[in-house]
Design a protein around this ligand. Structure first.
Ligand code: NAD
Length: 478
C-alpha cells in the first residue's frame, strides 16, 4: 500500500520519482511516496481499458455486491482510516470519522442505485417501428479530486462510476493520498477485479494532460478549483474528452430579521469554520438584515472567538491547520487586502503565537465591507467570515447573485414566502433553507455559472458515467 496502484499491483513510479507528504499540523514528514508522470498514467489507462471489457459486462448485482463489501470494510476500519485522514489533512478527528461514514454510505447507495439504471420505451408514430432508450457505461473515467475532503470527494465519483460499469484511473490530491490508498484497499478487499480501479499521484498537470490525450479515457470527473477546471475545458476542446466539473464556490448566507439571532450566530460560528472554511459549499458571504446586523455581529464575534484551534487529535478542537503553508498565505493575503480596503477585523486573523509549527490561522470575523471587497469577490477557502448587511429581499438577492460562482446558497428566515422567493431567486445549484448541510448521498450536487457542470451524488451522479443510446427498430410491418 501507499504506492501507485496500477493493474492490480501497488507499484513505484516507472522512473523512480518520489514526493514528500507533510503533516500540516506539525510540518513533519509523513511519508515519501512515488510520483507518477505521463507514462504511469498511460499504463494505468490501458489497464483500465482492458478491464472495462469484462467489468462493463457484469450485472449491476455483481458490481453492487463488491461495492457493498467495500462500504462494510470502510465501516469496520473506520477509526484507523479516520486517524490517517487527520494526519494528512489536519481536520478534527470527529469530522474525519463523519467523512468516512459518508464515503461508506456513497459506496452502499450506488451499489443499490446501479440496479435502477432503467431505460425507457418510446411510442413511435409508425406501426412498423419501435424505439427504446438504454443506458450503457461510458468507459474509462479519470477522476481528479481536491484535498479538502480526502475520502468524500473521490468516493462520490468512484462509487458512481464503478456502479455504472466504468473503470477508473483516479488521481487524488497529492496532499491527501492516504485516504485514497485506504479506499483502493477497501475495494481490493471487497474483490474488485484487477485494472478496474487504478490510482496515480504525482505531477498534476502532466497526469491531467495524459488523461486528456489518451483516447481510451472517455471522461474526466474533476473536483477542484475553477482555474484548473477551465484548463481542463481548454484541453477537452482539443481532445473531445467529456467533463464533469465540480468547481469553486462563494456561497451567500441570507439572514433575515425575523430569526433567533443568538441561535443562528452560534450555529454560524461552527458552520463557517467546519474544515477550516476549506469547503466548496462553505457558507462564506454573510448578508444580515440591517435590523439585526449589529446584534448578530456581536454575538457571532463572541462565538467565533471561543472556537478551539489546535491538532485534530486534541479533544474539543473545532479548527485544525490549513492544508499547506501556501493555502494559509493565500488567506492571509486576502485578509491584508481587505484591511487595506478599510475592513474591520472583529476577531482573529492572526497566526496563533502558541502554535509555532503547523499552518494554523485564528478564525476571523471581518466587517465594514461592501460588494467590491476581495472578501466578496473571491472564494476564501479558509477561516474568515466576512459580514455584510442588506435591506429587504430584493437587495439581498441582488447582492447574493453578484458573483461568478453558483454552487450553494443559504437562507435563514421563519417567514415562508420569504424563504420560497429567496430560494427561487438565488442563482445557485444548491439552496439550504434554515440548514447548514444542504447535501446528501441521494441528492444531486452541482454548481451553476462558474461553479461547474454536471452533478455528483444522487441518481444524476450515476448517469454522469453512462451514455444514452437510442435503439430504433424498423421493418416490423406484417
Ligand atoms: P486545484 O484545482 O488546485 O486541485 C484539484 C485537483 O486538481 C488536485 O488533485 C490537483 O492535483 C489537480 N490539478 C492541479 N492542477 C492540475 C492540472 N493542470 N491538470 C489536472 N489536474 C490538476 O484545487 P484545490 O486547491 O486542491 O481544491 C480547492 C478547490 O476545489 C476549491 O476551489 C473548492 O471550492 C473546490 N472544490 C469543489 C468541490 C465541489 O464539489 N464543487 C468540492 C471540493 C472542492
Amino acid at each position: 500500500m501507499n504506492k501507485l496502484y496500477i493493474n492490480g499491483e501497488w507499484t513505484e513510479a516507472h522512473d523512480g520519482q518520489t514526493m514528500e507528504l507533510i503533516n500540516p499540523a506539525t510540518e513533519e514528514l509523513l511519508a515519501t511516496l512515488p510520483s507518477a508522470g505521463p507514462k504511469d498514467t498511460h499504463v494505468a489507462i490501458e489497464a483500465a481499458g482492458q478491464a472495462f471489457h469484462s467489468w462493463s459486462r457484469t450485472t449491476a448485482y455483481v458490481r453492487a455486491a463488491i461495492l457493498k463489501k467495500a462500504a462494510d470494510h470502510i465501516r469496520e476500519n473506520l477509526p484507523n482510516l479516520a486517524e490517517d485522514m487527520v494526519l494528512e489533512s489536519g481536520k478534527p478527528l470527529a469530522e474525519a470519522k463523519g467523512e468516512w461514514t459518508v464515503a461508506a454510505n456513497l459506496f452502499e447507495w450506488y451499489a443499490e442505485e446501479a440496479k435502477r439504471a432503467y431505460g425507457r420505451v418510446i411510442p413511435t408514430n409508425r406501426p412498423d417501428k419501435r424505439s427504446s432508450v438504454i443506458w450503457q457505461p461510458m468507459g474509462v473515467i479519470g477522476v481528479i479530486t481536491a484535498w479538502n475532503f480526502p475520502a468524500y470527494n473521490p468516493a462520490r465519483a468512484w462509487a458512481a462510476a464503478l456502479a455504472a460499469g466504468c473503470t477508473v484511473v483516479a488521481k487524488p490530491a497529492e496532499t491527501t493520498p492516504l485516504s485514497a490508498f485506504h479506499m483502493v484497499n477497501a475495494l481490493i478487499q471487497a474483490g474488485l477485479p484487477k485494472g478496474v480501479i487504478n490510482l496515480v499521484i504525482g505531477d498534476p498537470a502532466a497526469i491531467g494532460d495524459a488523461m486528456l490525450d489518451n483516447p481510451i479515457l472517455k471522461k474526466i470527473s474533476f473536483t477542484g478549483s475553477t482555474r484548473v477546471g477551465k484548463l481542463l475545458m481548454d484541453g477537452a476542446s482539443r481532445t473531445h474528452t467529456k467533463l464533469s466539473l465540480e468547481l469553486g464556490g462563494n456561497a451567500p448566507v441570507l439572514i433575515f430579521g425575523d430569526v433567533d439571532v443568538e441561535a443562528i450566530a452560534k450555529a454560524a460560528a461552527i458552520a463557517r469554520f467546519r474544515n477550516n472554511g476549506q469547503v466548496c459549499i462553505a457558507p462564506q458571504r454573510f448578508y444580515v438584515e440591517k435590523s439585526i446586523y449589529q446584534r448578530f455581529a456581536e454575538r457571532l464575534t463572541y462565538y467565533v472567538s471561543q472556537l478551539k484551534i489546535g491538532s485534530g487529535f486534541d479533544e474539543g478542537v473545532n479548527v485544525g491547520p490549513l492544508i499547506t503553508e501556501r493555502q494559509r498565505d493565500s488567506v492571509v493575503a486576502l485578509l491584508e487586502r481587505a484591511r487595506s480596503q478599510q475592513a474591520q477585523i472583529l476577531t482573529g486573523g492572526d497566526i496563533p503565537p502558541a502554535l509555532t509549527k503547523g499552518y494554523f490561522l485564528q478564525p476571523a470575523v471581518v466587517a465594514g465591507l461592501d460588494q467590491s471587497s476581495v472578501l466578496a469577490r473571491n472564494e476564501i477557502f479558509g477561516p474568515v467570515l466576512p459580514l455584510f448587511s442588506f435591506d429587504g429581499l430584493d437587495d439581498a438577492l441582488a447582492k447574493a447573485n453578484d458573483t461568478e460562482y453558483g454552487l450553494a446558497a443559504y437562507v435563514f428566515t421563519n417567514h415562508l414566502p420569504t424563504a420560497i422567493r429567496a430560494a427561487e431567486g438565488l442563482e445557485f445549484g444548491i439552496i439550504g433553507i434554515n440548514e447548514w448541510a444542504p447535501h446528501g448521498t441521494e441528492a444531486p450536487f452541482g454548481g451553476w455559472k462558474h461553479s461547474g457542470q454536471g452533478h455528483e451524488s444522487g441518481s444524476e451522479g450515476l448517469y454522469e458515467y453512462m451514455e444514452k443510446k437510442l435503439i430504433s427498430i424498423g421493418g416490423l410491418a406484417g
